[in-house]
Design a protein. Structure first.
Length: 273
């Protein structure tokens, strides 16, 4: 019995000297710092927040199609001037291959003031305007004039701020946006994160206001749908090239290709290219 009392005394001493916080305090780790009234965490966000080191140059330095696929599951982070951080998981991309790609802004290898970022080092942002109003954001890859369009995000942190930014760009009375509507399209993504022409030619590996961090999910071919790009008009065979990639079953994707998904399910072929 004396030995048992001695062990209990040692255990009590260890507990009193322990520097770990009480168990109920750990619940605060999932709370967002910007006062969001939205859900405080995502099944993805809790892990990603711990792994906050930005993706570096080696990640972006890969061929366009490879980079477009590699972006899926990674986290785009935007830091607003007031210090709030907006986090979104990339769930949909499109590859634009440069030179020969008739749908690319750099087709024929022509470099202009507008598309200069597409010819810069991998990881450079290319932001352009459509309809004279909306913005789209791309990231340069390996290859002359090649870049990846970021089409959709799954919002993870800062959802209230995203709603504010989206509402500020919409005209007239509007209904509150649901979570899945915040970033489910390339222009919506830019509105929600406050990305405009001022971000053109910025370096994702160095910029203080926008960067990427690694997601924690290991994706397999069965998780990715490979299909044609959206809204590129009459570009001949290039309109049919399988250069759009999205996460299968993710409700934050802008447009789901049900036909391709049915074919994948029927054949068990998850490696379309």
């Amino acid at each position: 019995m004396p030995r048992k009392r001695k062990l209990l005394a040692q255990l009590s001493a260890l507990q009193s000297n322990c520097s770990l916080p009480p168990f109920d305090a750990l619940g605060n780790l999932n709370a967002l710092s910007d006062g969001d009234s939205s859900p405080k965490s995502s099944k993805y966000f809790v892990t990603e927040k711990k792994n906050s080191s930005r993706l570096e140059a080696d990640f972006f330095n890969q061929p366009c199609v490879s980079l477009a696929k590699s972006f899926l599951g990674q986290i785009l982070v935007r830091k607003l001037p007031d210090g709030r951080e907006l986090w979104g998981r990339i769930v949909e991309t499109e590859a634009y291959l440069g030179g020969e790609d008739e749908a690319s802004h750099s087709k024929g290898g022509k470099q202009t003031q507008r598309n200069a970022a597409m010819f810069m080092k991998p990881g450079t942002l290319y932001v352009y305007q459509i309809y004279g109003i909306y913005f789209c954001v791309n990231v340069s890859s390996q290859g002359e004039g090649a870049a990846v369009l970021l089409r959709s995000l799954e919002p993870l942190q800062g959802l209230d701020a995203m709603r504010e930014l989206r509402c500020a760009s919409r005209k007239g009375p509007t209904k509150p946006l649901k979570d899945w509507q915040l970033c489910n399209g390339p222009s919506k993504l830019c509105q929600a994160l406050g990305i405009d022409k001022a971000f053109d030619q910025r370096d994702l590996t160095q910029d203080a206001a926008i960067w990427m961090v690694p997601g924690h999910d290991l994706l397999g071919e069965q998780d990715v749908v490979v299909t044609t790009r959206i809204g590129i008009g009459n570009r001949g065979e290039w309109a049919q090239k399988p250069l759009r990639f999205y996460l299968r079953g993710n409700k934050f994707v802008s447009i789901v290709d049900k036909k391709t998904e049915r074919e994948m399910a029927a054949t068990g072929d998850f490696t379309c290219s």
